[in-house]
Design a binder for this molecule. Structure first.
Ligand code: GLC
Length: 727
């Protein structure tokens, strides 16, 4: 049951908590404790009752390992967090809820009984809590191009967060990953602001279920030079606004309650002290009315020396930080904050603004009426229903990059499975899973990719290193790629390829002379161009999480792949950074993704003398017919369009061209899996070299982003090479 459901019982409980009479009349209830009053009035009343110590304490978040319940009471802390893997013992939902309640009781033991917020990195499910449903990391969710599904992921994540007692998640990362060497690429929905903006539906999903969301990390975390985590984003403000700001605008428009300020610098200035981008742009121009929170001990980094100083504390708060994440030495931090206010270095008006923002969210969450964990949903944690949604997310996140026709495998096929990540729930979940860095091995409950194959196919032989393979198998599946990492520990000076173990497995499989299907479990594209010719198929599985059966569903044809690359896949490590529209020729372009009706010839340069049909050649003879499926995912100023084109005729179309006319002021800004151009209101889409043709009965899909000026009516008609299509 979401917290934001006020009840009479809850009100009475709240009133009793203040030590008022057991049978209060309306006159006895203090205004800030009266849920019938507007939140703004309750905040004003409470602020008027708070001492400077109450106010300064509200701005500080301690970490559970270094700040106990007694510190919450004595320092009047506004919040507590669990860093990655910082869990109670035993790690059970009930123990999490008990821990939450112990901190909450401590907060309610302060004079004004202001409840605390408990923050956690539930970034792909409630991934610190044993038994939770673990969803694909964001890079896979971006590949789905399915904002509605991602909203559902947010709802389920929130349900499993609430059931364990917490009320605030430091998610989603709305970072725009521009360099795949960055260790946090997998935390990004993709490399374009449009794709990332479209996935802010997860904010709605989280907050509709009563959990405070955090859009992070503001601003430019995915744009640092060479992808160095916490590095310097050397972009002009115009470039920042074009690439990295739109997802925050979308998140603010969706009512994101908090925004985490990023470790990185912009033009050499640490974001944690960037008053212009925080106060002028985020709070002013974007109108963000929630509260900002610093990253883990980010204040300590301001002067370049270890630890924090009174000056750094003042600089951060005066730059617009509302809540400070203080994992060490929280008492000294509160002391500096109090001193800064007393000395006037930190204006009380700034402290009041921060309190107003924080308290507004606490009232909106219903914490004053329902301060304690709502355990009614504990049975839903890791439920079959939740896992089924996660499995669908895994299916839709799979990107089929190459297929010579070997896929899908028949369930009756004789299948050999190898590779370090075939039967490894830890590898398939990646970082931020039960611990900060994640780990290989059986770290969570779930279904490995191998288990998914075994459940659906009649003959599956598994050998981690590939030994025992012979020519009798229909095909060999090698599940290889990366082992878990998080943040800077995942930074690479050059884009990695496959490690020696993976190569040895693949060599062994290829030597057997059977078709080889490579499944990459990784947080980013890998440098595999040289290996690709030896593979019959390549599937990017990303980091699917607990429901590995979703990968098996694609391999065995239970689900025809629909995933599209959320990031450009380079031909070589030296191409990084490589992004859509930068003029470089990738191995697979942003938006690339096959399904089972079109096989992709090997994309390495053709040696044939006859050039592949150029999209610009004149269209082929008129086809017998066509059908178009058209859908959009809209936001306030733009939308993502997805188009499916089916050749319903009996003749092949060597080079297709789809046209339509915009009924309103829509303008295409970019496209994938097709070349979409616009002249006036007329839009023309033609295939890329690798999908220029359309066989009889075949369907291809492509996508585009576009702006609109408030309305987004769908085109009235489509024509394929001049022939009107049915829709
Ligand atoms: C980490 C990350 C941030 C996370 C925070 C709390 O350093 O940068 O994404 O929310 O600390 O764990």
């Amino acid at each position: 049951m979401p917290r934001i459901v006020r009840t009479v019982a809850g009100t009475l409980a709240a009133v009793l908590l203040t030590g008022l009479a057991a049978s209060p009349s309306a006159a006895d209830v203090l205004p800030y404790l009266d849920p019938s009053l507007p939140v703004a009035d309750r905040v004003t009343d409470l602020l008027g009752r708070m001492t400077p110590d109450d106010k300064t304490g509200q701005l500080v978040q301690g970490e559970r390992a270094t700040a106990g319940p007694a510190d919450v009471t004595s320092l009047r802390l506004g919040s507590v967090l669990s860093g990655g893997g910082s869990a109670p013992t035993p790690n059970t939902p009930a123990a999490w809820a008990d821990m939450y309640d112990s901190y909450q009781r401590a907060a309610l033991a302060t004079p004004l009984k202001i409840p605390m917020l408990y923050g956690i990195d539930a970034v792909h499910g409630n991934n610190n809590v044993a038994g939770a449903t673990i969803f694909p990391h964001n890079v896979g969710l971006g590949a789905t191009r399915d904002p509605a599904l991602v909203q559902r992921v947010g709802q389920i994540t929130a349900q499993e967060v609430t059931a364990a007692g917490q009320d605030w998640t430091f998610a989603p990362c709305v970072c725009v990953a521009r360099d795949d060497r960055w260790g946090r690429t997998y935390e990004s929905f993709g490399e374009t602001p449009e794709l990332v903006s479209s996935m802010t539906t997860i904010v709605t999903g989280l907050q509709d279920e009563g959990v405070l969301a955090t859009a992070k990390h503001y601003l430019g975390d995915g744009g640092t030079t060479n992808g160095v985590d916490q590095g310097d984003t050397q972009l002009t403000e115009a470039q920042l606004r074009a690439i990295h700001l739109p997802p925050f605008r979308a998140a603010v428009e969706r009512g994101a309650g908090s925004i985490m300020i990023s470790f990185n610098s912009v033009g050499g200035q640490k974001m944690t002290a960037n008053r212009h981008l925080i106060i002028d742009v985020l709070k002013g121009e974007l109108g963000f009315t929630g509260f900002t929170v610093s990253d883990w001990a980010a204040v300590d980094q301001l002067d370049g020396r270890p630890g924090f100083t009174a000056a750094e504390v003042a600089d951060a708060v005066n730059a617009g930080l509302d809540m400070l994440m203080v994992p060490e030495d929280v008492s000294r931090f509160v002391g500096y904050l109090r001193a800064g206010v007393q000395s006037g270095q930190i204006p009380m008006s700034r402290v009041d603004d921060a309190n107003r923002r924080i308290l507004t969210k606490k009232f909106e969450l219903g914490l004053f009426e329902h301060p304690y964990a709502d355990r009614s949903g504990i049975a839903q944690i890791g439920s079959a229903e939740h896992r089924a949604v996660a499995r669908q997310a895994v299916r839709e996140s799979q990107v089929l990059l190459k297929n010579d026709g070997i896929l899908p495998l028949a369930p009756s096929a004789k299948i050999f499975v190898a590779g370090k990540s075939a039967d490894d729930l830890g590898n398939q979940s990646g970082g931020w899973t039960m611990s900060w860095q994640g780990a290989s091995g059986a770290t969570i409950s779930g279904t490995s990719i191998l288990a998914g194959l075994r459940a659906a196919a009649s003959s599956v032989t598994y050998s981690r290193d590939g030994s025992g393979i012979d020519g009798s198998y229909t095909a060999a599946i090698a599940v290889v790629g990366e082992t878990p990492y998080a943040e800077g520990k995942g930074d690479r000076s050059t884009l990695p390829g496959l490690d020696a173990d993976d190569r040895a497995v693949l060599s062994r499989l290829r030597a057997a002379g059977v078709p080889v299907i490579t499944v990459l479990v990784s947080g980013r594209p890998l440098d595999v161009a040289a290996d690709l010719p030896g593979w019959n198929a390549l599937l990017a599985a990303w980091l699917p999480g607990s429901e590995g059966a979703g990968v098996a569903d694609v391999l065995l044809g239970a689900y025809a792949p629909t995933g599209k690359l959320p990031v450009t896949w380079p031909q070589s490590a030296g191409q990084e950074p490589i992004n859509d529209g930068d003029g470089k020729t990738p191995l697979f372009p942003y938006g690339h993704g096959l399904t089972f009706t079109t096989n992709d010839p090997d994309p390495t340069p053709s040696t044939s003398t006859t050039p592949s049909p150029s999209p610009s050649t004149s269209p082929s003879p008129v086809p017998a017919g066509c059908r178009v499926a058209y859908s959009t995912s809209d936001w306030s100023t733009g939308f993502t369009g997805t188009v499916g084109v089916t050749n319903t005729g009996a003749t092949a179309i060597p080079s297709w061209k789809l046209t339509w006319t915009w009924p309103a002021a829509q303008t295409v800004t970019q496209s994938w899996s097709a070349r979409v151009t616009q002249s006036g209101a007329t839009v023309t889409a033609v295939g890329e070299t690798w999908n220029a043709g359309l066989a009889p009965g075949a369907t291809l899909s492509f996508g585009f982003n576009a702006t609109h000026s408030g309305a987004n009516p769908r085109p009235a008609a489509f024509a394929l090479n001049g022939t009107p299509c049915t829709t």
